[in-house]
Design a protein around this ligand. Structure first.
Ligand code: AHR
Length: 531
């Protein structure tokens, strides 16, 4: 049964979040207030259309594809001579699916692979390309049939921007500088001549370039100060090749909460960089004994979500440090690896990091994307790891077959946030959990698109309880709302034989006098569009 909110409670939120003289604003971005006992039946979401942190950069919905397992080979790229339907070697089904979620940017070629990758091995006639060993990922042979030209063809088909992760760990300054010249030089030069010889006349104008990957680990095991000096040196030779050509130099950032790394790199290399990265994976259990993707307890589930929410604190803290040490220069935060990391599926190569994807992953995606939206004033890009067949994938493939994961559906439901104006959003909700892990039952973000429509995305994290909600939002009397929901048992997932077990469905919603009402099923992600 629907219960109307008392006007005394409603009013403060309609007049600028001033409740008995106490501003509610600090709670909007950072925290959740415990719910009063008598309010338990109905949770409240307040969307403050008068306050925004700015535009949600579409690149927050970015992806990452590494030469790892079956991400590139078999996942994105079938090869020109494959029986699998393809366009210039790219799988037609996978490309179409990724276009449907409006993939804005793709990071490549790694990951750890990036700091072993020598780009010249991957250009020129395929039969002459060098065969190498992928030392990080399964020790498999890499024939370099997918190189720079193929990557740019993939981005062309996807209609997305390219983000290339340069080799700082085992490459040279000259090599990275040449790669940029090869890709971005429009005039006459040794590298542009080589590109033309290989069939590409026009420069690609690639805007995003990474200065190594995980330099504190697989990218060279460097200490922060040493990396900062390397970063300065490499970045010096990363040039724009035309007036106004976009060149975003992204320094390798911290692992999780290594704040010393962020401070040292920004303090020492701020003049040479435009952004710095952050890697944080959701790993339930221990690193040695991770959860399986599809078999887990309810305690594991809540631990997974609680660990995901740590992303909020990480972004807060790293952003503050960046602001402090950038001394007025705008340096963006790029969360270029995030997602769940579980045990590999039984019987698969441990070096391939192939895992299934359930409603638990959908909740992880929802929480992270809400967090990124709500930090759109500092997060300029995020790249889920990884696009196909690796870790928290959008898509799984098996031969010619393809299946969309619950995570894919969350990205599809959230795509309206891309380039929209973030709106402050506050969930008054209970804290729930099990086994000492506690998470808010509701987690939300909201935005207004250029056409005026408002998208509110809300996760109900409870495994057992549905959640009737009232969402207060200042919209015209004539506004109409529609809603979709993704829900199911937390273990529910799609397989090649049952590809539609988890798929979005219509959700009943009422909108009256700026009050939107709906009931969110347990373990669900809902998207409300108001226009
Ligand atoms: O995404 C898998 C790996 O995780 C990446 O190669 C590396 O950067 C990180 O440790």
């Amino acid at each position: 049964m629907w219960v109307r909110a008392q006007p005394a409670f409603l009013l403060p939120f309609q007049v600028g979040f001033d409740y008995n003289g106490i501003s509610m604003i600090p709670y909007l971005s950072n925290g959740f207030q415990p719910q009063r006992q008598e309010d338990k039946a109905m949770a409240r979401i307040i969307v403050n259309t008068a306050r925004s942190k700015g535009t949600i950069n579409r690149n927050i919905y970015g992806h990452f594809a590494e030469h790892l397992g079956r991400c590139i080979y078999g996942g994105l790229y079938a090869g020109e001579n494959s029986d699998i339907p393809n366009v210039n070697g790219m799988r037609a089904d996978v490309v179409q699916a990724l276009k449907n979620i409006a993939i804005p940017v793709l990071r490549w070629p790694g990951g750890c692979f990036a700091d072993t990758y020598h780009w010249m091995d991957g250009i020129g006639p395929k039969q002459e390309r060098k065969t190498i060993v992928n030392t990080h990922w399964g020790g498999v042979t890499e024939d370099n049939s997918f190189g720079t030209h193929e990557f740019m063809e993939l981005c062309r088909q996807l209609g997305c921007d390219a983000y290339i992760s340069g080799n700082v760990g085992s490459g040279t300054v000259q090599e990275l500088s040449d790669w940029i010249e090869y890709c971005n030089m429009g005039g006459i030069s040794p590298m542009s001549a080589l590109r033309r010889k290989n069939g590409q006349d026009e420069p690609w104008n690639i805007p995003y370039w990474g200065l190594g990957n995980e330099a504190w680990g697989c990218g060279g095991n460097m200490r922060a100060q040493y990396y900062a000096d390397e970063c300065r040196k490499f970045a010096t030779y990363m040039r724009s090749y035309a007036p106004g050509q976009k060149m975003v130099r992204i320094a390798c950032g911290a692992n999780t909460a290594d704040y010393h790394w962020t401070k040292t790199v920004v303090e020492n290399a701020r003049d040479q960089i435009d952004a710095i990265s952050l890697h944080y994976y959701t790993v339930p259990g221990t690193w040695e004994d991770k959860n399986a993707a599809t078999e887990f307890t309810s305690g594991d589930y809540y631990q997974t979500l609680a660990r995901t929410l740590f992303m909020d604190e990480l972004i807060e803290n790293h952003s503050r440090i960046i602001r402090q040490y950038a001394r007025g220069k705008k340096i963006g935060l790029v969360v270029d690896e995030w997602g769940t990391w579980f045990k590999v599926e039984p019987g698969t190569n441990p070096g391939f990091l192939y895992q299934q994807n359930t409603m638990r992953d959908a909740l992880v995606a929802s929480l992270n994307l809400n967090i990124f939206n709500n930090h759109c004033d500092s997060v300029i890009m995020a790249n889920i790891a990884q696009t196909v067949n690796v870790l928290q994938s959008m898509i799984l493939t098996e031969g010619a077959r393809m299946v969309l994961t619950p995570t894919y559906h969350v990205f599809e439901m959230y795509k309206g946030h891309q380039d929209a104006q973030q709106l402050e959003c506050y969930a008054q909700t209970a804290m729930i959990g099990e086994g000492g892990e506690s998470v808010p039952q509701l987690h939300a973000s909201a935005s207004r698109a250029a056409d005026g429509s408002i998208l509110v995305t809300i996760a109900n994290t409870s495994l057992t309880d549905d959640c009737p909600i009232q969402c207060f939002i200042d919209v015209p009397q004539t506004a109409k709302a529609t809603a979709r929901v993704l829900c199911g048992d937390a273990h529910a997932h799609n397989t090649f034989d049952a590809p539609d077990t988890v798929a979005p469905a219509a959700l009943e919603v009422l909108l009256e006098n700026g009050e939107l009402r709906a009931a969110l099923p347990p373990c669900s992600v809902a998207a409300f569009t108001i226009r």
